[in-house]
Design a protein around this ligand. Structure first.
Ligand code: MG
Length: 506
């Protein structure tokens, strides 16, 4: 990368150490989720805490701070390149966390969330909300404190949203979820009244036994088809599938296998590969700089959801895939027809668990989490009231009510990690995916590519329009560049209506 400012060039050189420490942290995290024996947990917590502390020190290093000050003083100069301006903007955003929040609070938060994560695992297993409650209360209080330190214009929750999606506010979320709920509820009712509606998908369940070995081979087949570079990444198994970016040439993904239902591993693999492809496609010279990696969680999720849903669950790609699935699982699928596979992968029904939810109901799960988070951070709801509010909102939005805490308020890991303001980025991903596809259609016959299993053209489009930029453009800017406008929920609403009206013959 070419620099015009000596201060920024030096700053980026120094930043590389912070970036490398972050990658070391990522390796430890990956290992914790994939390999770590249970008894190694407490030593691992100490190791990651040490790295976190070193990263904080890196941001507070006097030489680093002086260079940062100098870079900031030049930030409005017209002489800076587009990359240099983006570097200063990204570092300013990231530094808020390290400069505005006292180090003691960062450390206390790290300890509290390590503990609450461990307690949450037990609480979920034993369906014991009372056990988790004091930890949740503490994590909420710490989040509230951090929001106060970070600062906000209208609402403390805005400060937390901004940590995950720069510039996202409560007002924007309220607007988005209000529209989505209003549009999705009637679509769901129509689907439930359709003659094709079924509460359970075909070819899945206890009487099926899909070989794990075959599922693994199928995942590797799909990864190659998608263009994921297995020489710069790998596929492993973890209870909750995830992607970790250790560097552009080392982007690892995980999946999970269920003998009852081969769709789970296949869709998880495609989803995580979407995240992985984004990271593998960033411009090489951005590596180790503040421009490396995807720009925000919302844009990142748009890449995973695009491959998972817009491509992976499209009737065309599933038609291409049907003979492949038949050859992998002849004992169960030998006589299955294309349209049955399409229905299976696009089966819609109200359900309790977010991660298993279909495309239609998924954002309803996020809507209720947003409302609960917003209320607790604003002290309008106490931890005692959350489970009842959860049941009430599930009934209202999704139409089902959990009988246990494990299937309700305890189902997600996020709150135990201390992540408040994270959930809305999942919905943003769904919306951006539909919006970007709408634009892609102007240039590519997506349906034809999917039908032929020829995905290279689609990946090239994503590479040149999104992946290559890394964090050069802010989400709003990137959205305008790709689609001509900022986030607009209408594309997703149209996509859902068109797809499911056809599938369920509404
Ligand atoms: Mg994801």
């Amino acid at each position: 990368m070419k620099y015009k400012s000596i201060a920024i060039r030096k700053l980026v050189q120094k930043y590389r150490e912070i970036s490398l420490l972050g990658k070391v942290h990522a390796v430890l995290d990956w290992d914790m989720n994939v390999n770590l024996p249970p008894k190694g947990a407490s030593l691992r917590a100490e190791q990651t805490a040490l790295i976190t502390s070193l990263i904080t020190d890196g941001w507070r290093n006097p030489e680093f701070c002086a260079l940062f000050e100098e870079a900031l003083s030049q930030s409005h100069s017209k002489k800076l390149t587009k990359e240099e301006q983006a570097i200063v903007r990204n570092m300013t955003h990231a530094s808020n966390y390290y400069y505005k929040i006292p180090k003691e609070l960062i450390v206390e938060f790290s300890k509290a969330t390590s503990e609450s994560f461990m307690v949450w695992q037990k609480a979920k297993r034993d369906d014991d909300y009372e056990l988790f409650k004091p930890h949740l209360a503490k994590v909420i209080a710490l989040n509230r404190l951090m929001a106060d330190h970070l600062g906000y214009k209208d609402n403390p929750y805005d400060a937390l949203l901004d940590l995950y999606e720069p510039g996202l506010t409560s007002a924007t979320c309220e607007h988005i979820f209000h529209r989505l709920v209003k549009e999705i509820r009637p679509l769901l009712s129509k689907i439930q009244k359709s003659r094709y509606y079924d509460s359970a998908p075909a070819n899945t369940g206890k009487s099926f036994n899909y070989s794990v070995k075959r599922q693994e081979q199928l995942s590797l087949f799909i990864l190659r088809k998608l263009g994921y570079d297995l020489e710069a990444g790998r596929l492993d198994v973890s209870p909750h599938p995830f992607t970790v970016d250790i560097g552009r040439q080392d982007v690892r993904i995980t999946t999970r296998y269920s003998r009852d239902d081969f769709r789970e591993s296949l869709t998880s693999t495609i989803h995580e590969a979407g995240h992985g492809l984004y990271e593998q496609g960033v411009l090489p010279e951005y590596e180790g700089t503040p421009l490396a990696s995807g720009v925000s969680l919302g844009i990142h999720e748009s890449q995973s959801r695009f491959w998972e849903n817009q491509i992976g669950r499209s009737p065309e790609f599933l038609t291409f895939l049907t003979p492949v699935l038949q050859s992998f699982f002849p004992e169960h699928l030998a006589t299955v027809r294309e349209h049955e596979i399409v229905r299976m992968f696009n089966h819609v029904a109200p359900s309790l668990i977010r991660v298993e939810a279909d495309e239609v109901t998924y954002n309803l799960h996020i809507a209720l989490r947003f409302e609960i988070e917003h209320a607790v951070i604003n002290n309008k709801v106490t931890v005692d009231e959350i489970p009842e509010l959860w049941r009430h909102k599930m009934k209202e939005y999704v139409g089902v009510v959990p009988e246990t805490h494990a299937a309700g308020v305890l189902q997600d890991v996020h709150w135990s990690y201390g992540s408040f303001g994270y959930f809305p980025t999942y919905t943003l991903g769904n919306l951006y995916a539909a919006q970007f596809m709408n634009r892609m259609k102007d240039e590519i016959d997506i349906a034809d590519c999917a039908l032929r299993g020829e995905l290279g053209t689609i990946l090239s489009w994503l590479r040149s329009n999104i992946h290559t930029h890394g964090s050069l453009y802010w989400p709003d800017e990137l959205s305008r560049l790709v689609s001509g406008e900022t986030l607009n929920p209408q594309y997703f609403i149209d996509y859902l209506n068109e797809k499911y009206t056809a599938l369920y013959e509404l």
